[in-house]
Write a protein that binds this ligand. Structure first.
Ligand SMILES: C[S@@+](CC[C@H](N)C(=O)[O-])C[C@H]1O[C@@H](n2cnc3c(N)ncnc32)[C@H](O)[C@@H]1O
Length: 275
């Protein structure tokens, strides 16, 4: 523990945080995350005018305490961007054109974006489907979920700084975004038609999922990396139950699951096909 820290944060406190976030969100925090945990939770201690981590963590003994939401939000890592790992969107587009050209609104294509963070990923999916069908109202329903309520609120707003769409083509910018004026200068907003393709909901991947029907595509990228092997495997089994046969599961660039070969066939580059 470094002595010049503003708050008392012992090895026991860190172990306590590790246990709570693992049990609640499946996130395994390594010892190297000590400083990160300190700096992210220090803001919460300041807010409550508490000087010791053990006192702060006592608030969480009550599982209904509103601080639980803030604790989870503070410890999730939400890095994302539009068309991150672009080859997945190229693959999605090709698969849609080859297999779903006749899809209709009576039986829409169903896509689940299972760790949607601030929305760039589900909006990239929506843009890809809209482009593949050449219209802003393609036959698709996208469910976007995340554990963190703060990022979901930003996602639902669909407002971003202009520089976040730097790498998009002029056509994409024009078709899918509205430019802010006056107080909103420097910002862009997702077009309402595109937004209406997506439903945002909070969902903990570790909880029982309420969805009954199956999906054609699931994106679960750059979150399973924070989970241990047993949790990853359980999730992969659950994803397979929620995917139609031949459906695609997209995972993050550094996530590899050779143990899933019984239920998924690795297509290529982190795209798995439901057997
Ligand atoms: C690094 S971001 C990845 C965002 C996006 N999928 C991408 O690849 O750009 C990880 C997201 O997973 C969410 N997350 C972490 N644990 C979760 C859990 N148990 N259930 C659902 N979402 C979780 C975090 O809140 C965060 O928004």
């Amino acid at each position: 523990m470094s002595s010049d820290r503003e708050f008392v944060f012992t090895a026991n406190d860190f172990a306590h945080v590790q246990k709570l976030i693992y049990e609640h969100a499946g996130i395994s925090l390594s010892e190297q995350k000590n400083d990160l945990v300190y700096s992210r939770l220090a803001k919460r201690l300041r807010k409550h005018k508490i000087h010791r981590f053990d006192t702060y963590l006592q608030l969480l003994d009550n599982t209904d305490h509103p601080e639980w939401e803030e604790f989870i939000n503070a410890l999730t890592t939400n890095l994302t961007s539009f068309f991150r790992e672009n080859h997945h969107f190229t693959r999605l587009s090709r698969h849609l054109k080859d297999n779903y050209a006749r899809a209709s609104t009576d039986k829409p294509i169903k896509i689940w974006c299972a760790a949607s963070s601030t929305g760039e990923e589900p909006y990239s999916i929506a843009m890809t489907v809209a482009s593949a069908f050449g219209k802003l109202n393609p036959p698709v329903k996208i469910l976007a979920t995340d554990l963190d309520t703060q990022v979901l609120a930003k996602a639902e707003k669909g407002i971003y700084q202009f520089d976040t769409i730097d790498k998009l083509s002029s056509l994409q910018k024009e078709h899918f975004f509205l430019k802010g004026n006056g107080a909103q200068a420097g910002q862009v907003m997702i077009r309402p038609e595109l937004k209406s393709l997506i439903t945002f909901n909070q969902l903990n991947l570790l909880s029982n999922w309420p969805m009954k029907g199956k999906f054609d595509f699931i994106f679960c990228r750059n979150v399973m990396i924070y989970f241990d092997k047993a949790t990853q495997y359980k999730l992969l089994e659950d994803f397979s139950k929620h995917l139609n046969k031949g459906g695609l599961l997209f995972v993050g660039h550094s996530e590899s699951f050779p143990e899933a070969s019984r239920i998924f066939k690795l297509d290529k580059q982190t795209v798995y096909v439901r057997c």
